[in-house]
Design a protein around this ligand. Sequence first.
Ligand SMILES: Nc1nc2c(ncn2[C@@H]2O[C@H](COP(=O)(O)OP(=O)(O)O)[C@@H](O)[C@H]2O)c(=O)[nH]1
Ligand SMILES: [Mg+2]
Length: 401
Amino acid sequence: MEIVILVAVIAVVLLGVISGLVVSGRKKKAAGEKPESTQATTTAPAEPHVGEEATGTAEAPRRTIEEVGLPPAEAEAPPAPAPAEPAIEEPEPSAGRLVRLRSRLSRSQNTLGKGLLTLLSREHLDDATWEEIEDTLLSADVGVAPTQELVERLRERVRILGTRTPEELRALLRAELLTLVGPDLDRTVHTETQGPVDRPGVVLVVGVNGTGKTTTTGKLGRVLVADGKSVVLGAADTFRAAAADQLQTWGKRVGARTVRGPEAGDPASVAFDAVKEGTEEGADVVLIDTAGRLHTKTGLMDELGKVKRVVEKQGPVDEVLLVLDATTGQNGLVQARVFAEVVDITGIVLTKLDGTAKGGIVVAVQRELGVPVKLVGLGEGADDLAPFEAEAFVDALIGGE
Ligand SMILES: Nc1nc2c(ncn2[C@@H]2O[C@H](COP(=O)(O)OP(=O)(O)O)[C@@H](O)[C@H]2O)c(=O)[nH]1
Ligand SMILES: [Mg+2]
């Protein structure tokens, strides 16, 4: 019996010794510099084959457990900062942007001014030349009625002028184009509440998908923040989650909060909530981005009309901006007409004027709607939205100085 107990004790002691050895072996492996090379400790270092990198670890002098420093404990490291929120940007002020961005405009535009000046400089301005002038204006999207008016006035003034120097012609054309564009129209974007009520100004942004509504809403938010205003964005384009994300991204960059609803939710209720929350938190302006599906006119009418009506339960909408892609020319005018029937447009934003758009569209769309162009988009950059200035625009049309 005692022998049995003795054998058992010996077995237990032996087991303990063996397991102790195994554990210390493992520790050494774990402390090795290259865990992937631990095989080298159990198998003879293989000769590297041709093309293989010799790891060298097998030759490295063994270190004792005391020599091996503990790997820096991750738990002790200061908690990694949450994925860094991008720093809030300080957008540049919007004053004078059109002058600064004029070169973008003139890239595609000044063919109009140059073409007209060349034609007007001809020795004999016969009917054929006047027709050419008319065609030049029409192909620059100026529109039929404004073109005829301009040609008539130019004919009259050139006749009175008699002989004409290039400088005189340039001044004459500049003055007439300016009259056409409307130097005295009120192009203020109304972002302030009318009247004594203390609530945010409300701006509704409408237009066909792809024209640049969300981008414009984001850029306008930046302009307002640069002017020291607090802005709340309403993502009332609820048809695609991506649309709300896109708006939210714009907002985050300048510290403007975005109110959004469930995907496929009711756009009008998101718009309502945005104004309500903006009012509660004392924001200066609420900008509401909408969806612009133009499947059916009645569908659009129902939806946009409802958005506006629902927002108006809390007070009037101060500005309704229609966003038009300037490169779509006459097509844009057709869209403009449809939208104008649905909501009272108070201002036009012409986007993509930096591209192949023709400047005449400014004249045509103002005529069509009787509403001024208030802002122009001159690129995809965050600060590429400029307040429209008639003089700077006409100078860009005529080109050079
Ligand atoms: N070149 C240029 N691209 C623009 C301008 N405004 C918007 N875009 C681009 O047009 C595309 C559609 O814009 P988005 O705001 O999503 O249109 P939405 O569907 O009306 O909301 C995007 O790729 C924008 O970057 C502009 O002024 N110039
Ligand atoms: Mg959009």
